[in-house]
Design a protein around this ligand. Sequence first.
Ligand code: GDP
Ligand code: IMO
Ligand code: MG
Length: 430
Amino acid sequence: MVRQGKATVLVGSQWGDEGKGRITDMLAENADVVARFSGGPNAGHTVIVGDEKYELHLIPSGILHPEKQNIIGNGTVVYPPAIVKELEGLKNRGIQTHNLFLSENAHVIMPYHLQLDRLEEERKGDDSIGTTKKGIGPTYTDKVARRGIRIGDMLDLAFFTEKVDENLAYANAYIQHNFPEEPLLTTNDIVEEYKPLIEVLRPHVADTSLMLDQARKEGKVILFEGAQGTLLDLDHGTYPFVTSSNPTAGAVCTGCGFGPAHIDEVIGIIKAYTTRVGHGPFPTELEDETGEQLRQKGHEFGVTTQRARRCGWFDIPIMKFAIRVNGLTQLALTKLDVLTGFETIKVCTHYEVNGERIEHLPTNGKLLKDAVPVYKDVPGWTEDLTDVRTFDDLPKAARDYVLMLEEIAEIPISIVSVGPKRVQAVLRTP
Ligand code: GDP
Ligand code: IMO
Ligand code: MG
């Protein structure tokens, strides 16, 4: 069985979309609380339960298990129209939502944040980041500039109106100066749009750090569901082609008000190959027939933006980097089934930059852009893996692939996922 401590963190180890929702859903069976600590509706987490497919953006994947507590922590950014739509979508499908709690200190994505995200991306043209255009960067910018609007601020309408007025004047002055053609929003438009949404959210607003502390003291099992991935981290990722928050494990503490000493396990979710959505360096990217094969077999199209994901081979320096910056104690290797049918599988062992051998992932953007991956060929397999449930039943070449990565990782690969459904996994004893 997977070593699941009282508090377990799940983080993406590549550029997002590693299967965090799917693994969180599986582990949530043995948990009491599932909490999100960073990011916002830029995330798209797919969970398949029976024949039903759910795509979650802001709401933790634990919501699909009745009676679990689901928490959206203070480190997140919340777009009221999106979360209300998500809540209603779940309710319409018979999913309980009274057990969702939203931190009063999470920041609110405002309509002008979406506008700014779009305008800045357009202005950058060929140098754009390729954001999800959900207003993430501008919202975190306002947070850091200490002028942001928090969920708690919305609960008093007069105070909220005052804050919107102040912030909108700031945003509009910037927009008017830089994008004179752009129509401007008014405070009234925004307040009228948000008023009914605030009433839907009000019963869910809570002091979520306090709730997590109570859960911990009662001996409850807590899962922290990461969003995005290590290489999209504002500090550790491929800057500036990153998101505006910290998807790495340390952000659990700041993003939920939960102390580091209480965390028992940190599981890195990692795909058996690599994908990326948006722009920026990607050393093992395959812009050929093989990349297209991975995309089609792995259904690599974004949940949030429907964009085709860039695909490439597994990258060992990235895995080691994720182990280091997150302090990973275990790995969950996902989508191993997608590699079925490749006669030879390539794995990047290190890079060469200007003829020099580089073992560690360079965090300097220019170096990474110039890094040439050096591959090791490993034999593939032809058997379908989707019905395999024990490690010994995997074909030898698939077992060897997992064991090779595990040996290099020096931490156990305790979950091998062989399909998108809850049951499609091989659980190994670390
Ligand atoms: P997340 O953002 O990390 O939660 O991942 P996404 O949901 O954006 O993307 C992962 C995709 O792969 C989803 O469509 C999942 O249903 C699917 N998936 C997850 N694990 C597996 C697996 O082991 N095999 C296959 N074939 N699909 C998987
Ligand atoms: P999940 O949780 C994959 C990427 C965007 C863009 C960059 C910045 O589903 O793994 P942003 O809108 O955050 O300012 O965009 O980050 N990105 C993701 N890529 N999965 C995600 O989330 C992502 N969230 C943001 O494509 O390159
Ligand atoms: Mg996703």
